[in-house]
Ligand binder design. Sequence first.
Ligand SMILES: CC(C)(COP(=O)(O)OP(=O)(O)OC[C@H]1O[C@@H](n2cnc3c(N)ncnc32)[C@H](O)[C@@H]1OP(=O)(O)O)[C@@H](O)C(=O)NCCC(=O)NCCS
Length: 176
Amino acid sequence: MKLERLEEFQIDAQKEGQIAELLGQCFPDYPGGRIHFKQLPDFRYLCWEGDGLIAHMAVEHRLVNNDGELFRIFGIVDLCVAEAFQHRKLASRLISELSILGLQHRVDFLVLMAKDHGLYLSNGFQAVSNNCRWLMIQEHQSLGIAQRRVQSSLMVKALGKKKWRPGLVDLLGHVF
Ligand SMILES: CC(C)(COP(=O)(O)OP(=O)(O)OC[C@H]1O[C@@H](n2cnc3c(N)ncnc32)[C@H](O)[C@@H]1OP(=O)(O)O)[C@@H](O)C(=O)NCCC(=O)NCCS
């Protein structure tokens, strides 16, 4: 098994096709042939078994405003593992790699949205229930600003000493 981290601009057409295939297998509603839902991420982790892509995690590096305090975050997007390779702690390994990277580079929190909390609770995340503000994007068009709780729960993992607050979270961009 080989793990690589690529900047988004380094993803070539062949890798794009492989990522799109894995996303389509893992998320049946994923827009066909695409490797983004709303917007391109900043970088991705790709896990290979031979020439086959077996796990993927996209990451957005962003500032968010939590109740007046600015936090540097890594937002986790489209984490998935090919079915034949699930339950072998691959997703946990990817989260752990990202936690180490964030700790090395002054990132305050990992942030994600998830309906099923199992994987994340066992990897140091907590579910929070903040009101959020974000830019609504649908099919590559900006529709306006939303402010409410997100449908799937917001989950955060502190990497440093900063405390997540219960007030408004302005995501300063689209929801990931
Ligand atoms: C969720 C997923 C990434 C986990 O990958 P994995 O490599 O099997 O994860 P790990 O082995 O590190 O941890 C497995 C644990 O995650 C939890 N888990 C399983 N499916 C999950 C899901 N859809 N969401 C959150 N947690 C999940 C279970 O507690 C599981 O424990 P078990 O192996 O004892 O059953 C993988 O099942 C997957 O790709 N599912 C389809 C896509 C998806 O739902 N992605 C999550 C988007 S938020």
